[in-house]
Design a binder for this molecule. Structure first.
Ligand SMILES: [Zn+2]
Length: 171
């Protein structure tokens, strides 16, 4: 089953049918006529570099990619401003309050676990807090930008490369 797809209407319980709507095959409820659009999930990540030029990474506690390092990241909630979502994830996972500087990168990532995701990577500066692993993290640490562990998401590495390039190639 494709991630994010329904078999039955979550509103009335009728089995869904397929129909061509707006030039695409989509699921539709024959009873209440709702169309179930399946869209990529928005994911936000934070690239925070300390005064020594080290990058803040999180060791994942849960699957997918359990026990691998990644940028602080997570899904945006439905009612959340996208930049606030990034800062919330940063604080939840690392206990650091930050401020968004700019958007570094946007990538489409196909995940067998979640379906298509759009990962937005923000460069973030430190505001306050002492690093401490949150509930979703096993560990939180700063790593030298040229000596990073293997990362769970290639999109994280792309964002880090773009950060490096924009500051004149630190490697
Ligand atoms: Zn229905």
């Amino acid at each position: 089953m494709t991630p994010g797809k329904y078999m039955y209407c979550p509103h009335c319980g009728r089995e869904l049918e397929e129909a061509i709507i707006e030039d695409r095959l989509r699921e539709r409820c024959p009873k209440c006529e709702r169309v179930f659009y399946v869209n990529p999930l928005p994911v936000v990540s934070c690239l925070l570099v300390n005064s020594e030029g080290k990058i803040l990474l999180v060791l994942r506690k849960n699957d997918p990619y359990k026990d691998m390092w990644c940028l602080p990241m997570g899904f945006a909630e439905v009612d959340e401003n996208i930049q606030q979502a990034a800062l919330r994830e940063l604080e939840e996972e690392t206990n650091i309050k930050g401020r968004v500087i700019r958007l570094l990168d946007a990538e489409t990532v196909v995940s067998s676990h979640y379906g298509n995701m759009v990962i937005l990577a923000y460069e973030v500066e430190y505001v306050s807090g002492k690093i401490k692993a949150g509930d979703d993290a096993k560990d939180v640490r700063f790593f030298p930008i040229n000596d990073l562990p293997e990362l769970a998401f290639k999109a994280n590495l792309t964002a880090i490369r773009k950060y490096q390039e924009s500051y004149g190639g630190l490697d």
